[in-house]
Design a protein around this ligand. Structure first.
Ligand code: TYD
Length: 407
């Protein structure tokens, strides 16, 4: 269903990008299912009042998050380290003590909440995708396998009491009924309770032209302006902002109930920074669309040239992000021989929409492609370290952002 109205203000959205027909970002599939594949028109819009950048329409959440959800957070060691470090910062913070109760929204396979359960901290994870939740449960975490809502918040409070901390990483930007979620979080927190969440940052996406962060699951790309406008509606406010390197540029937003905490200087700093860089500005968003179209043209030009020279090209990592690039740029198996990946439930399937075969990492080593298009560019450091042999002896890496280039 098309939604032309801002999910925060209710105002009409101004269209920014049109990515055409897109399948599910994580919809890796077998050949027998090609004929029934689901597609939707993927367009983005911006609201001049709430400053929220968002998808116009999004598939039904049950299509995206289910018992076969293909994304396991713990596939990246760097992300494991990131969450461990974050938990250590929390353990040292003034608001935390050994009796604190913490809730995590979208706990996936437990990559973050493990750090609390291991220390016997009272915790609760909320994760609607059963397959990933089961991994966390097996590792000794308390998890509810349901979608969060303000109604679920009531039953959580009844059963467990109010929380001191509410966390979420790379989840809030997935949830269309975000106002109800915000209201639920506000209810779950005690008076001095803290919400801290991270998501890909709009400021980085428009600067680096990493438009692949836009796919079915990411209904929002947040900024300080839009997060403040959203949470003000439920009586909360930003108290700290911390940029993160994860996912190619994320922001950690820390919020509390209004007038209950001192605001860190970072709040003023990032508000000014966003105004200076147009992150709150419609014209800048329209400029971003022009950058995206140019990026598409340049990537096609580069890949077609390499193909005409009979080079062997593969994709490296079957990320959900790659679904946007491949379908928007119309790049299929005629250009990319296969995509290699470490995730067992993706291997031997095909990529959503363009149906490029997904193979394991042994195939990457065996095939020795001339070029590897790095779809997991956000894990570049970790991957280049692992693939030194490939870089030194056999092949080259292609990056698509901010412009298509051979490294
Ligand atoms: P990520 O960028 O976190 O994914 P998404 O765009 O889906 O949010 O990358 C996760 C995918 O990348 C996952 O399919 C596993 C794959 N991957 C590898 O194949 N090798 C690696 O070294 C890393 C870090 C990820």
């Amino acid at each position: 269903m098309k939604n032309n109205l801002c999910r925060i203000s209710g105002n009409k959205l101004i269209k920014i990008n049109n990515f055409g027909k897109q399948p599910l970002g994580n919809g890796f599939l077998y050949e027998k299912d090609f004929a029934d594949e689901y597609f939707f028109e993927m367009e983005t819009g911006f609201c001049n009042e709430s400053k929220m950048f968002q998808l116009l329409s999004q598939p039904d959440p049950n299509k995206m998050f289910h018992e076969n959800y293909a994304f396991y957070s713990s596939t990246s060691n760097k992300m494991k380290d990131h969450f461990k470090k974050w938990s250590e910062e929390i353990f040292l913070s003034d608001n935390f003590n050994k009796n604190s109760f913490v809730i995590e929204l979208g706990s996936n396979d437990g990559i973050f909440i493990n750090n609390f359960s291991e220390k016997k901290i009272k915790h609760l994870g909320i994760e609607p995708s059963k397959n990933v939740a089961d991994v966390a449960i097996k590792n000794g975490n308390n998890i509810i396998t349901e979608f969060f809502s303000s109604r679920l918040a009531d039953s959580i409070i009844k059963k467990h009491g109010k929380a001191d901390y509410f966390f979420s990483a790379n989840v809030m930007c997935h949830i269309p009924n975000i106002l109800d979620i915000a209201a639920g979080i506000e209810k779950c927190l005690n008076t001095k309770g803290i919400l801290s969440f991270e998501d890909p940052y709009l400021g980085d996406v428009i600067k680096k032209i990493t438009y692949d962060q836009i796919y079915d699951e990411h209904v929002f790309l947040f900024s300080a302006h839009s997060v403040e406008n959203l949470f003000n509606k439920v009586g909360m406010e930003l108290i700290k902002l911390e940029p993160q390197k994860t996912h190619g540029g994320s922001m950690r937003y820390t919020l509390g109930k209004k007038n209950e905490h001192k605001k860190d200087d970072s709040v003023h700093y990032y508000f000014e920074e966003e105004k200076n860089n147009g992150v709150d500005n419609l014209d800048r968003m329209l400029e971003f669309n022009k950058d995206v179209l140019k990026s598409k043209y340049e990537l096609n030009k580069l890949l077609k040239r390499l193909k005409s020279e009979k080079k062997k090209i593969v994709g490296y990592a079957a990320t959900s992000k790659s679904t946007t690039i491949l379908n928007f740029c119309d790049i299929g198996p005629e250009i990319i021989d296969f995509i290699c990946d470490t995730t067992p439930i993706k291997i031997n399937k095909f990529s959503p929409g363009k149906h490029i075969p997904i193979k394991d990492m042994d195939e990457f080593s065996r095939y020795k492609p001339d070029y590897a298009l790095l779809f997991a560019w956000n894990h570049a450091e970790e991957i280049f370290e692992k693939e030194k042999d490939y870089s030194n002896k056999y092949g080259n890496w292609i990056l698509f952002a901010p412009e298509a280039r051979i490294l």
